[in-house]
Design a protein around this ligand. Structure first.
Ligand SMILES: [Zn+2]
Length: 66
């Protein structure tokens, strides 16, 4: 089946038998995200998490240095 990514409007083909295709067929409002967008968002979320921790860590270590 053909699916359209909600983020970049890219049309992709996914396996009719895949669990994702079944999910999309059962719930037409369920949004599809292509793999690059999906991983980009995942990476961004992870980065934010990591940089958040890093900033907190660096800030506290700077306080110690000062
Ligand atoms: Zn996309």
């Amino acid at each position: 089946m053909r699916v359209k990514c909600v983020l970049c409007d890219k049309i992709e083909k996914i396996e009719d038998q895949s669990p994702l295709a079944k999910k999309l067929r059962n719930r037409p409002i369920h949004t599809y995200m292509c793999q690059p967008c999906h991983s980009r968002i995942k990476v961004r979320t992870e980065e934010r998490k990591i940089s958040g921790n890093f900033v907190t860590y660096r800030d506290s270590s700077q306080e110690e240095t000062w």
